[in-house]
Write a protein that binds this ligand. Structure first.
Ligand code: ADP
Ligand code: G6P
Length: 355
């Protein structure tokens, strides 16, 4: 029953709680491929899909099996697997991967209802982003690469306030209450997915300021699994060693509290990983080139590409710290993985179609 076709769709999973920077990350990723991604033309204005020449990003909220009223009646949150249709998610991601277009449902975030479906054609790169890309084993097995954005509670709170208060008019109390209400389901169904991720971006409060509770300065870790096909982890100075680096000096302007990088081999849920960490923020983004020149295996096509990307999108949230830097690097890695998969498939078309 396995259709072969000339399937070339590479599937990437991006998991995170809502309000944790998935859309920002997606905008950085599609920028790496050159084109800005846009909602499907002439379709439902409330579509959650973003399409560019190479990439289609679908939001897994579209696989809610219960709409807002249904969830309320049954007393389940959107995070609960019972509110999501994993059979359909699997069927459709599999079809797209096999080169077959699908009629994907649309979850309307404005009305809280399920709208009539939209046609999704198989893209070169399919990104499935949302709460559960690695929850169902069948869907997980379709992923060529997976990422988990792990935002610590303190930071999540600060970001949620920023968005839901400023942009959506919610009150501080209601934001606090909604985070609390989601917490048990988040811990049960969302957080455990990070053990399956090939790369995790973990966002924590800074350690550079003792007892910092402002949550403005961030310590960000890029946790990269070893031994993943087509993915070679980034390293600092000397692959496999342990390094601590404070680049502030003659080449890099740093004001208080400075910048600190580290690079260490570690273990994460029993997997061997490399961890690159950046604490602090850049004063001058153009000086990032100095840091970039000390990183290896970043999958750039020319010297300075990371810095160029960061400068181009400097108005995006997180551009002056490790969140923007590591999202950009993961974007370049995804491009690299995509190119390697495509060239390996052209070499051995029959072998490559096997799961
Ligand atoms: P999601 O798509 O996961 O819901 P968004 O990308 O829309 O998340 O981000 C939610 C909010 O979090 C944004 O409005 C922004 O205020 C904040 N945010 C996201 N990424 C960052 C970042 N790297 N640094 C600071 N704030 C961020
Ligand atoms: C989407 C988001 C969830 C959010 C939900 C709102 O599914 O991904 O994170 O909780 O919408 O659900 P609600 O039941 O509050 O309408």
């Amino acid at each position: 029953t396995c259709s072969v076709g000339n399937s070339q769709t590479v599937v990437i999973g991006l998991a995170a709680d809502s309000g944790c920077g998935k859309s920002t990350f997606m905008r950085r990723l599609t920028n790496v491929f050159g084109g800005a991604a846009e909602p499907p033309k002439g379709g439902n204005p409330d579509s959650n899909t973003l399409i560019s020449d190479t990439t289609t990003v679908i939001c897994l909220d579209d696989y809610h099996s219960l709409d807002r009223t249904g969830r309320k009646e049954k007393g389940v949150t959107a995070l609960d697997p019972r509110a999501n249709n994993f059979d359909l998610m699997y069927e459709q991601v599999k079809a797209l991967k096999d080169g077959i277009a699908v009629d994907k449902p649309i979850y309307n975030h404005v009305t809280g209802l399920l709208d009539p479906p939209e046609l999704i054609k198989p893209p070169k790169i399919l990104v499935i982003e949302g709460l559960h890309p690695m929850y169902d084993a069948r869907v997980r097995d379709l992923l060529d690469f997976s990422i988990y954005l792990d935002i610590s509670n303190e930071v999540k709170f600060a970001w949620k306030i920023q968005r839901d208060m400023a942009e959506r008019g919610h009150s501080l109390e209601s934001i606090k209450a909604s985070i609390e209400a989601r917490k048990p389901d988040f811990d049960a169904y969302i957080d455990p997915q990070k053990q399956y991720a090939d790369a995790v971006i973990e966002v924590l409060p800074t350690k550079l300021i003792p007892d910092d509770n402002e949550g403005k300065i961030l310590r960000v870790k890029l946790i990269m699994k070893e031994g993943v096909e087509f993915f070679s982890p980034v390293y600092l100075f000397d692959e496999g060693s342990s390094i601590s680096w404070i680049p502030c000096g003659r080449k890099l302007t740093c004001s208080y509290p400075g910048i600190k990088f580290s690079y260490i081999p570690d273990s994460y849920f029993g997997h061997e990983v490399s961890v690159l960490e950046m604490d602090g923020q850049f004063d001058r983004l153009d000086e990032l080139i100095y840091v970039e020149s000390h990183l290896s295996n970043i999958s750039t096509k020319f010297y300075g590409e990371v810095t160029q990307q960061m400068l181009k999108l400097s108005d995006f949230p997180g551009s002056n710290n490790g969140t923007g830097l590591f999202q950009t690097i993961v974007g370049l890695k995804i491009r690299d993985i995509y190119e390697q998969i495509i060239s390996s498939k052209t070499k051995t078309p029959v072998e490559a179609t096997k799961a």
